[in-house]
Design a protein around this ligand. Structure first.
Ligand SMILES: NC(=O)c1ccc[n+]([C@@H]2O[C@H](COP(=O)([O-])OP(=O)(O)OC[C@H]3O[C@@H](n4cnc5c(N)ncnc54)[C@H](OP(=O)(O)O)[C@@H]3O)[C@@H](O)[C@H]2O)c1
Length: 264
């Protein structure tokens, strides 16, 4: 979905662009000739990422849990971008019974409020030009009742599918990316020990992003990278809810070893 009708390069705004999948989105879009607006809370790291890219990059240091910062990024989206990638996100080291409520609210601000506000700010100019779109990063966990994290990602999946249905006729594509285990800083940042996760379940960030961009161009509402994750998501859709609840309850007794806490 390149901007053939414009003499200017298309612009993509990527949140959480200093690391992991956000940086992989930035690399892929730079190669495709996009002009980039890269958003992350660590400005120094963001500039280092931007300096490595063969693209015209603007960096925006913003913590999406902070109202003034979110409003600034929202304004940037309202000015018009061709592609918005809502990718920033994080997990908690402990289950929600023991996580401070302020940390839960911060997670829902980044995973829910920021995704909502940036998408709503970006869509009108896309609809007016009848091109462009949004990729929202959720998670394969969003198909399971496993945690506040999975609950926020379930919201991202439902909201993105709703937006995709609404704007499809306007020539705008919305895709929700639902990755499984992906090699990034995500689990280290959350203090999770992932050593027990089988190797075959892991994907590389660049491969996940290539699938997301391919599916977005094909105007697919849901992108699940890798056969492993496709099987997992298919099971979530096909198995009875009570069985899934039992599996999740069993997995909770064998948590991803988060420093002695259960990963609810
Ligand atoms: N990796 C996986 O296995 C996996 C699986 C499914 C879904 N996901 C989702 O994929 C997305 C990207 O995660 P990743 O795996 O690439 O993780 P990552 O390597 O930790 O990168 C996430 C980036 O988002 C930034 N970020 C976090 N909170 C922010 C905030 N409040 N404001 C601005 N930037 C913020 C992080 O900055 P800091 O480093 O400063 O925190 C980091 O640069 C997330 O939405 C995550 O939930 C990941």
């Amino acid at each position: 979905m390149s901007d053939e009708r414009s003499p200017y390069p298309p612009t993509a705004l990527v949140t959480g662009a200093a690391a992991g999948m956000g940086a992989a989105f930035a690399r892929a879009l730079a190669r495709e000739g996009y002009r980039l607006i890269l958003v992350d809370r660590d400005g120094e790291r963001l500039r280092v990422t931007a300096d490595t890219l063969p693209a015209d990059c603007e960096t925006v240091t913003a913590d999406l849990t902070a109202e003034a910062d979110l409003a600034r990024v929202e304004e940037r989206c309202r000015e018009g971008v061709h592609l918005l990638v809502n990718n920033a996100g994080f997990g908690h080291p402990t289950g929600f019974i023991t996580t401070p409520v302020a940390a839960e609210i911060a997670m829902s601000r980044v995973h829910v409020e920021a995704v909502l506000r940036l998408t709503l700010a970006a869509l009108p100019s896309m609809i007016e030009r009848r091109r462009g779109g949004v990729i929202n990063t959720a998670s394969a966990l969003g198909f399971f009742p496993s945690s506040t994290y999975s609950a926020t990602k379930a919201w991202v999946i439902n909201f993105s599918r709703s937006a995709a249905v609404k704007v499809r006729a306007d020539g705008v594509a919305v895709t929700v990316l639902c990755p499984g285990f992906t090699r990034t800083e995500f689990h280290d940042s959350a203090g999770m020990d992932m050593s027990k996760i089988p190797r075959f379940l892991w994907l590389e960030a660049d491969a996940v992003v290539a699938t997301a961009l391919r599916d977005w161009r094909r105007r697919r509402a849901v992108s699940v990278p890798g056969w492993q994750n496709q099987v997992i998501v298919a099971l979530a859709r096909l198995l009875p809810m009570r069985l899934i609840d039992r599996i999740i309850a069993g997995a909770g007794k064998r948590p991803l070893a988060v420093r002695g806490e259960t990963a609810d």
